[in-house]
Design a protein around this ligand. Sequence first.
Ligand code: FAD
Ligand code: PYC
Length: 413
Amino acid sequence: MPFQLLRFALSSKHPEPRMFRTPERLKGSYDAVIIGAGGHGLAAAYYLARDHGMRNVAVLEKGYIGGGNTGRNTTIIRSNYLTPEGVAFYDQSVRLWQDLATDFDLNLFYSTRGHFTLAHTDSAVRTMRWRAEVNKHLGVDSELVGPEAVKAACPQIDLSCGGNAPILGALYHAPGAIARHDAVAWGYGRGADQRGVEIHQQTEVLGIDVVGGRVQGVKTSKGYISTPRVLSAVAGFTPRITHMVGLRTPIYVHPLQAMVTEPMKPWLDPILVSGSLHIYVSQSARGELVMGASLDPYELHSTRSSLDFVEGLAAHMLDMFPFLSHAKVNRQWAGMADMTPDFAPVMGTTPVEGFYLDAGWGTWGFKATPVCGMTMAHTVATGRDHDLIGAFNLSRFARYELTGEKGAASVGH
Ligand code: FAD
Ligand code: PYC
């Protein structure tokens, strides 16, 4: 063992600071309150402090940092969306991801793997070609490839999928990546904390005061706070928060489940997604296969997991990879996905002055963490929607101007 490490271990004074301060109590007022210490809320706090000089900010979290969907997702990062607004937005996020580990001085295990969305039908091939063309037009690296390219990248795959759903082609997106999700929350949290933002865990928002159409303050489990600005970044809890300010949104909540196998030697380099088989899979740095499927088919505000899910997902994985029949499933879990009718998020200003939404992230919001933080910080600081999020404002539903991403959000829902 290196001598320095031994000395460190035996020292009673550990020089290593804790990642975050634990503020003793809430102040009576803040310039802004952010509800939710998931990646999105913490990223917004980070960019508010770093880029807009707003430091008198509190992030309130009813549980613990990253304990929501941020710590429950399958960490797929990509920008191969369908609408020009979506592609531009997610492309900016992928760019921000590149510098994050350096910004945070923290290893996020960001790993570019390439991402295949498999097409098992002629209509799926058509959609992949469409996405490839939109992506290329906007400078995003995607192309339609044949089954042989899939086999070359992943020789273990059975291209006939057990004869059930032969692979006809795929959308290949070279920048597709994975990262360590909890480290992302810690990195943003530590960066915000170092710039003066207070992060209050175990602090639940119970109500929001709105007088004359403007936000005045927030009632919490630890007391009342005056503030003119509230950002809600609470994913599957969004309907409870919007109810507090009298706003209606078309967001509905379904569980989304995931599971991992025992660690195995590295064999799967790319990320694979199949809409027809309802699976997405990648292999983590620890060697686990990280896998998920479609949403549970009913509305439910719960994070319980089910045997049905494991059986269905395992059967479809075996269609593609029969050699995995002896692999053991180590863990499974669920998150609450805040879904929208057009599979695009709900972001920005609202009819309630001082109340801002970062919601509707359903099954696709992890990859957007950096760009959400950046654009929401701009929106909260200036009171105006950032240019990149104009197409995602809540008002689009009243105008029937949807931003249709159903074909690209994740697997078929
Ligand atoms: P969260 O991380 O959920 O944070 C919200 C926080 O708000 C929670 O910690 C909660 O405790 C807190 N909160 C709620 N109510 C209150 C209150 N009243 N007071 C105080 N705090 C409150 N996206 C991708 O891009 N790629 C993927 O591969 C992917 N896979 C997924 C797989 C699964 C199984 C799931 C569930 C989701 C997946 N997603 C994926 C979606 C992604 O995880 C989410 O969109 C994203 O993490 C949302 O982040 P967030 O910070 O907005 O929310
Ligand atoms: O958005 O790419 C995605 C995704 C994959 C699995 C869940 N979401």
